[in-house]
Design a binder for this molecule. Structure first.
Ligand SMILES: NC(=O)C1=CN([C@@H]2O[C@H](COP(=O)(O)OP(=O)(O)OC[C@H]3O[C@@H](n4cnc5c(N)ncnc54)[C@H](O)[C@@H]3O)[C@@H](O)[C@H]2O)[C@H](O)CC1
Ligand SMILES: [K+]
Length: 599
């Protein structure tokens, strides 16, 4: 189920993202200042309970006429919450949420997963003053029991009902499991392997129940099954949350790879100050969802003021396989992003097609080495590789043109088949790789692989890249130099500064963009921005290009934009994610360019 309304992401500021290791370090720093760990869990649960009420009320108001609902008087219906708890501290949060929601008048049912009967024995709770059912008595207990066990006792002493999933799984339609809100407190940042057996069944059952009952699924800290440091979900076994209440600091894994599909609307519950015990934690990445506003152009300018992009690609191999479209898409996107002029070096067979769809462009034969080298000298930026081909002839052209671009000190964008050639040159220990790495320390080089290309570049398997995209992009930058995009859900961008590197996670874009040609469009936008020397470095940066590309894709599938509310300029009504094409992008890129000037 979708929650309506806007995400709580602050669109203006990048959001700092952290790994689970850092999260544990933050907690430890807080505790070493003398703060109580169970106290932190109580704070976390109390705040989450308030958010859960708000989220449910928001959902309820969206489904009923707001005027007729008064939430302070819940005459008609006692809200039912089903809270699924695991044995770690994430489960501890869940027990305490149960306690607080029960106090607030909710009908609470707890479902335990992976618990033995002995986990509920009262031997530990004997150490707690049994006359007092309040959390203070339990938190003050001198016993050595864990925070999660304390939390369990608090909920039990308040008579919160619970049942073992192991006992109820054959009867998932039992009334005990029918709820308005489902809380996932199975695993948090401690998840470190594939959920199997009972855990796998519980995650599946949770998802099925929320779906069947149109319930609101809220994840505590992170949806169980999503790895906090990587965004990976093993075997597609994870809680599908409508909302995630993210404790202490934003997890990197919520915003990249599978995490994007499972987290829903993310709300931060910071709990502790950003700087603890004099330690300021450096985020592993920053989440960005909007671009920098562009400065207006000077009236007194001409096409030369905005640069000349040379797109090199669009080859036709041995007179058969043709990839002219890649160069055309890249070129038209460069112009849409504001480049002053474009030349496309592609196979002559495509010149006619190119000029039909983009009469603004100039053309040259890709195989006219002298002519292309001459143009490289004249260009402001060279984008190479889109549909260049992978045969030896194409590789010779690639090496030749990259050498020329380096000699002429031009910014270079390398994509698609260009990346393929780099990977194979690296395997051959070719000197071009070290030259390029050296060149990139003083000159702009942007490389834009998806996971498959990154795997080739690093001589690894795709799943090795996918299981740790952050490490992969860093290794790419170390090996080849330059600034990188690792494309995919929550694309990563790595930009190298003088003495440090910055990683960004792109928080815009959609699955409709997973189609052929979208990468060519991105390389075009990158080159188009780089060409515009009038722009400040931030406005022509790689992360700016990635954001523009993502926003353009989002605009095209949004139901409320000028292209989708009536006719698009291709005469189509209502473009959705399925069927979105790369050729739809330039018009939306132009629109984003205009929005970023106006905003
Ligand atoms: N300490 C505090 O006061 C606070 C903790 N918070 C919450 O705690 C979790 C992190 O808790 P932790 O106990 O470290 O980890 P988990 O609850 O995620 O569970 C770890 C537990 O599960 C086992 N495990 C891991 N993967 C699997 C698997 N696939 N199958 C079976 N078992 C698995 C692992 O071995 C451990 O035993 C954090 O997310 C917060 O929700 C709050 O921050 C408040 C303060
Ligand atoms: K969880």
């Amino acid at each position: 189920m979708q929650i309506h309304g806007h995400s709580s992401i602050d669109k203006k500021h990048p959001i700092s993202l952290y790994s689970s290791k850092q999260l544990y370090a933050m907690e430890q720093a807080w505790f070493s200042e003398g703060h109580d760990s169970f106290g932190l869990m109580q704070q976390a649960a109390w705040q989450m309970a308030k958010h859960i009420e708000q989220l449910y009320e928001k959902k309820y108001l969206n489904h009923h006429s707001s005027a007729s609902v008064n939430f302070s008087h819940r005459h008609n219906h006692q809200y039912r919450v089903s809270i699924w708890v695991g044995k770690g501290n994430n489960g501890g949060d869940g027990w305490l949420i149960a306690y607080y929601l029960k106090q607030a008048g909710w009908q609470v049912q707890i479902v335990t997963v992976g618990f033995e009967d002995s986990d509920f024995s009262n031997s530990d709770s004997d150490q707690v003053n049994s006359d007092k059912s309040d959390t203070t008595a339990i938190s003050n207990s001198k016993s050595s029991i864990t925070d999660a066990q304390k939390a369990l006792q608090v909920a039990r002493s308040a008579n919160c009902k619970y049942e073992r999933f192991e006992d109820s799984q054959n009867d998932l339609r039992s009334t005990a499991l029918q709820a308005d809100v489902y809380i996932d407190a199975l695993f948090g940042i401690g998840l470190d392997r594939t959920p199997e057996g009972i855990y796998k069944q519980a995650i599946r059952a949770f998802n099925e129940l929320t779906e069947q009952n149109n319930g609101l699924a809220i994840a505590v800290d992170i949806p169980s099954g999503v790895v906090a440091s990587t965004g990976e979900v093993f075997d597609r076994i994870a809680i599908k949350a409508d909302a995630t209440l993210c404790l202490i600091a934003r997890k990197f894994g919520l915003h990249t790879k599978d995490g994007v599909d499972y987290s829903g609307q993310v709300t931060d519950i910071p709990l502790i100050p950003y700087q603890v015990d004099n330690v300021a934690f450096e985020p592993v990445a920053k989440l960005i969802t909007t671009g920098q506003a562009f400065s207006p152009r000077r009236q007194n300018s001409y096409k030369g003021s905005y640069g000349h992009v040379l797109v090199i690609g669009g080859n036709r191999i041995d007179g058969s396989q043709g990839m002219g479209g890649a160069a055309i898409l890249s070129a038209s996107s460069s112009m849409a992003a504001g480049a002053g002029k474009i030349t496309v070096a592609c196979h002559e067979a495509f010149h006619g097609a190119l000029l039909t769809s983009l009469p603004d462009a100039m053309t040259i034969n890709l195989h006219d080495a002298q002519g292309v080298q001459h143009l490289i000298k004249a260009a402001s930026v060279v984008a190479i590789g889109m549909g260049l081909g992978r045969d030896d002839k194409a590789q010779a052209l690639f090496v030749n043109y990259i050498q020329a671009a380096m000699t002429a000190k031009k910014p270079i964008v390398i994509d698609a088949d260009g990346l393929y050639h780099l990977a194979s040159l690296q395997l051959k220990n070719d000197k071009l790789i070290s030259q390029l790495r050296e060149y990139s320390t003083d000159n702009e080089v942007c490389l834009t692989p998806h996971s498959g290309e990154a795997a080739k570049l690093l001589n690894k398997k795709i799943h090795e890249i996918e299981s740790d995209r952050l490490s992969a992009i860093k290794l790419c930058a170390q090996t080849y130099g330059g600034n990188w995009v690792l494309k995919g859900a929550g694309s990563l961008v790595l930009e190298r500064g003088l003495d440090q590197e910055q990683v960004y996670v792109c928080g815009v874009g959609n699955a409709g963009m997973a189609t052929a040609g979208m990468g060519d469009v991105l390389s075009g936008v990158i080159a188009g921005l780089l060409a515009q020397q009038d722009l400040e470095p931030e406005m022509r940066s790689l992360h700016q290009a990635v954001i523009i590309h993502g926003l353009a894709g989002d605009i095209l599938v949004s139901q409320t934009n000028q292209y989708n509310s009536g006719k698009s300029d291709r005469g189509h009504l209502l473009i959705g994610q399925r069927g979105l094409q790369a050729q739809d992008m330039p018009v939306a890129i132009r629109h984003v360019m205009q929005l970023l000037v106006d905003s």
